[in-house]
Design a protein around this ligand. Structure first.
Ligand SMILES: *Cc1c(COP(=O)(O)O)cnc(C)c1O
Length: 245
């Protein structure tokens, strides 16, 4: 656990870094939402972040969220927004619908159908971002999008899947999410971020939908992601310190 003052200081620093990156890119800092990734961190750390004015939290495991979210909500006046950012197993989908309002990790048509069905039963609409694998890394979750602009096969399969997701009644598709490869130099991730923005523009135009959000950028690379158009950055370590478990 990180001392509360440190969490507040870290958040200040991240906010300043966001502002600087926005200024470099000629963007308004109001257009970038900081999602504090609190996975593996205790309730007390989340409360410290709330005290510092953060109301968006990212979690990646349902079991952890099941205990953490109610505990946090008992102790705050204004409810935070909870963002699911990790891969979702089918049997955990029901819990996701009851715990989260935002899902960044919608990574297959099958999962989309399941979440929509469950959300419908609960009279909810889930805000979702389509996770895409744009870097082509093997073993990565997400809709296959590597070379979508060069391969008509990839393009057509992706478009077909996304059209079907869009037709689902209880999902509000607000944008795209990606995980850049782990690299030492954040500049190496830049083409991946630019690629996600390019894919978003192409989808929005050809499907005549607005996809306002790009969830991209983590501790190591969020300034670069912001320069390339990120509207949501998912930052854990820079706020809460390293995760030991
Ligand atoms: C853990 C995680 C993050 C945050 O990573 P940091 O490097 O600690 O900022 C962001 N996005 C996803 C999907 C994660 O799993």
């Amino acid at each position: 656990m990180v001392q509360n003052s440190t969490i507040a200081e870290n958040i200040d620093h991240v906010r300043e870094t966001i502002a600087t990156a926005c200024a470099r890119a000629g963007r308004s800092e109001d257009d970038v939402r900081l999602v504090a990734v609190s996975k593996k961190k205790p309730v007390s750390d989340v409360l410290a972040a709330v005290a510092a004015g953060v109301y968006d939290f990212g979690e990646n495991r349902v079991e952890e969220a099941l205990t953490k979210i109610p505990q946090v909500e008992q102790q705050v006046e204004r409810m935070p927004t909870w963002h699911m950012i990790g891969h979702i197993q089918s049997r955990k989908a029901r819990d996701v619908v009851s715990l989260f309002t935002h899902v960044h990790s919608l990574d297959s048509l099958k999962l989309a159908k399941r979440l929509s069905g469950l959300a419908e039963q609960e009279n909810k609409t889930l805000n979702v971002l389509l996770e895409v694998n744009i870097s082509g890394e093997a073993g990565k979750y997400g809709f296959e999008a590597f070379d979508w602009d060069k391969s008509s096969q990839v393009h057509d399969a992706l478009w077909q899947d996304i059209r079907q997701v869009m037709a689902l009644p209880a999902l509000n598709i607000i944008g795209l999410m990606t995980m850049a490869p782990f690299v030492d130099d954040a500049e190496e991730a830049r083409p991946v971020f630019a690629g996600l923005a390019g894919l978003r523009d192409a989808l929005a135009e050809s499907l005549a939908v607005s996809l306002p959000h790009l969830s991209m950028g983590m501790t190591n690379d969020y300034p670069v992601a912001i320069e390339e158009g990120a509207t949501m950055v998912r930052v854990g370590t820079a706020i809460f310190g390293a995760r030991t478990v």
